[in-house]
Design a binder for this molecule. Structure first.
Ligand SMILES: [Zn+2]
Ligand SMILES: [Zn+2]
Length: 313
């Protein structure tokens, strides 16, 4: 079972101030035919053009109401209206999201020609999609802020072909039914016996998971001991470790702190984002994170795309 494709497009990786190389925050996650935006910084729609992702967005998750994280919504809504969109668009975010949606629907010139839905989320709230969900996580910033966890449903265990044959199931369509979780009946001597999926399937296998930290002090300090084990952790690394005092004052993280968070959460890969415009190169960021996290560390440029694979492929 290969499952749906899972792609992450880094459309904006800048901190509060954009540069010519980095746009304000916007991460697009595309799973199968679903497209979710996490933050929608200014210029997001042009980044979508440059990345050739198209404009089919199903939902937008805003981490917090600092302008660098949501100003792109206005332009995107206008373009979607021009393109004749009729399907509703969902917008989720921390406290203030419902008021924001009401304003969008009330201010005439901004009002899109399609319904905007959505609601305020608090840490622990979930939004369900087909085959996965998005859960709000508690971030620690100088204004209410959420991180987000996208987690796929667990997949059925591996099919044990030898065991099925041993039990008398003939290779063929019955194998497929067992793999889909159905019971099958086979003749054994004069009797019919039932073979259950659990007789021939291994333990359930976890789906893939991605965590986006939003703007935050290092994620683990306030999350508690739960290991989220994300396949990808996208973490605030506004500063390198030389600026740790500034990071504390501004409620952001350094690259080394992001590395500690990745190690603590048992991530497979760490990507560093929200890079301050003071840095023209990011070698120090990557090095600082690697001091603490032995896994794959990257500081993606805008328009980088990563494909997330199952760990047990
Ligand atoms: Zn920010
Ligand atoms: Zn912020």
């Amino acid at each position: 079972m290969t499952g749906e494709t899972l792609h992450v497009h880094f459309l904006g990786t800048a901190g509060a101030m954009p540069s010519t190389a980095r746009n304000p925050p916007c991460i697009m996650i595309r799973r199968g035919s679903d497209t979710l935006l996490f933050d929608c910084g200014e210029g997001a729609q042009q980044q979508m053009m440059r990345a050739k992702t198209g404009f089919v967005v199903d939902a937008i998750f805003i981490t917090h109401w600092h302008a660098d994280h949501f100003l792109g919504i206005f332009g995107l809504l206008q373009t979607l209206s021009f393109m004749g969109r009729v399907e509703p668009l969902e917008i989720f975010g921390p406290r203030g999201c419902s008021d924001f949606i009401v304003s969008l629907n009330q201010i005439g010139p901004l009002r899109p020609r399609f319904p905007i839905e959505g609601r305020d989320l608090s840490a622990g709230d979930r939004v369900e999609f087909g085959g996965y969900h998005v859960e709000a996580l508690p971030a620690q910033h100088n204004t209410p802020c959420l991180g987000y966890l996208l987690r796929e449903d667990a997949r059925p265990g591996r099919f044990d072909r030898e065991r099925a044959i041993e039990l008398g199931v003939p290779p063929g369509p019955l194998f497929g039914r067992l793999q889909r979780g159905e019971c099958v009946r086979i003749a054994r001597g004069d009797a019919w016996i039932e073979i259950r999926p659990q007789d021939v399937l291994g333990p359930e296998r976890p789906g893939r998971a991605i965590v986006y930290s939003g703007d935050t002090r290092p994620f683990f300090t306030h999350y508690g001991p739960a290991a989220l084990e994300p396949d990808l952790l996208i973490h605030d690394a506004t500063f390198d470790d030389g600026e740790i005092e500034r990071a504390r004052e501004a409620f952001h993280s350094t690259a080394g702190e992001a590395g500690q968070a990745a190690a603590y959460l048992q991530a497979k890969m760490l990507t560093l984002v929200h890079i301050s415009s003071r840095y023209t190169t990011t070698g120090t960021h990557t090095r600082d994170a690697r001091k603490y996290f032995p896994g794959d560390v990257r500081t993606p440029q805008d328009l980088t795309m990563l494909e997330i694979h199952f760990r047990d492929r």
